[in-house]
Design a protein around this ligand. Structure first.
Ligand SMILES: [Zn+2]
Length: 321
């Protein structure tokens, strides 16, 4: 019952300083798990350090912000994909050693990715994002898992250039393509593909390290995630380096394996949802034991899966008993 998932679809930096020895207090708050916009400043915080990894002559990956920040160096200035959490964005900027950041892409609205918007936006950086990401950042929103409201970001932090489907731009010699990934993790996810460098940033749509997160309240669901991973697989070549929001650089084969896992879980959990079964039922059935992956919080993952399914049940049959 997977064919209907899409049926509703219309819908290195010069001067990058040594980073390894910069211990900082980082916000441990997970991207989707705790979409806070404030510094944690609590027991949840721990020491973390930025590190960097040079992927190509002009592309560098910064780790530990607390997620990944991708840096493209060009004659026209620096292009960033995501900017770290509010507590780490300053360290990210410092690591660029004064290089002018021309463009910042937000892969989605979560605070771990958009924490530097205000900082870079105030310095004149153009912020590119999906239209829905700007709407989330510009509006107070509710976080059901924590029963609280998050305030809109100040206007200086809002994306300045938005799109609905896809687009292209150049930075020096690099061709950059970007596009929408419908309802994969939030409702505003995008990929950013540095075409010439063959590096593809996918945000939280792939999750090799953490439990795959589905921000169902913001429109993410497992069916969207599988479709989006198919879109990414169509873009990627065998030797494309795929950069998730958290965790190590992935190969196309690793992305394929994660997508196959998600498709299996999609098939099993939509079938159970069709029969009126809950997240606890899915857990009791041992659905997650059928894939070769260990989940840190199996119930939370399945709870979010079930919430997303109920929000989209007309996409997979809709005959829930
Ligand atoms: Zn996220």
């Amino acid at each position: 019952m997977t064919t209907d998932r899409r049926s509703f679809l219309k819908a290195g930096v010069s001067g990058l300083t040594a980073l390894a020895a910069v211990p900082l207090m980082g916000n441990l708050a997970g991207c989707q798990q705790t979409p806070t916009r404030q510094a944690a400043g609590s027991a949840a915080a721990r020491k973390t350090a930025l590190t960097s990894e040079k992927l190509t002559d002009r592309v560098t990956l910064i780790n530990g912000a607390p997620g990944n920040v991708l840096v493209l160096s060009s004659d026209d200035g620096v292009v960033l994909v995501d900017s770290g959490s509010p507590t780490m964005a300053g360290a990210v900027r410092k690591s660029l050693a004064g290089a002018k950041v021309r463009t910042l892409f937000n892969t989605h609205y979560h605070a771990d990715q958009t924490g530097g918007n205000a900082l870079f936006g105030a310095a004149g950086t153009e912020i590119h994002a999906h239209l829905i990401t700007r709407q989330w950042l510009a509006t107070d929103y509710y976080v059901p898992a924590e029963d609280r409201w998050v305030k809109a970001l100040p206007k200086a932090a809002w994306p300045t250039k938005t799109f609905r489907e896809k687009g292209e731009t150049k930075a020096g010699a690099e061709s950059i393509e970007y596009g929408y990934l419908l309802e994969a993790h939030t409702r505003g996810d995008i990929y950013v593909f540095f075409r010439d460098s063959n590096v593809l940033a996918v945000g939280d749509v792939a999750s090799p390290l953490r439990d795959p997160a589905l921000d169902w309240f913001a429109g993410g669901w497992l069916g969207g995630r599988v479709d989006a991973m198919d879109d990414l697989l169509a873009l990627a070549k065998d030797d494309t380096r795929i950069v998730p929001a958290y965790g190590p650089v992935m190969t196309r084969a690793q992305l394929q394996a994660e997508r196959d896992m998600m498709l299996h879980l999609y098939d099993r959990t939509t079938d159970l949802t069709d029969h009126g079964r809950s997240a606890q039922d899915m857990l009791d059935e041992g659905v997650l034991n059928e894939v070769s992956r260990k989940f840190d919080d199996p119930y939370k993952f399945l709870y979010d899966v079930a919430k997303g399914h109920w929000a989209h049940y007309t996409n997979f049959g809709g005959n829930i008993v």
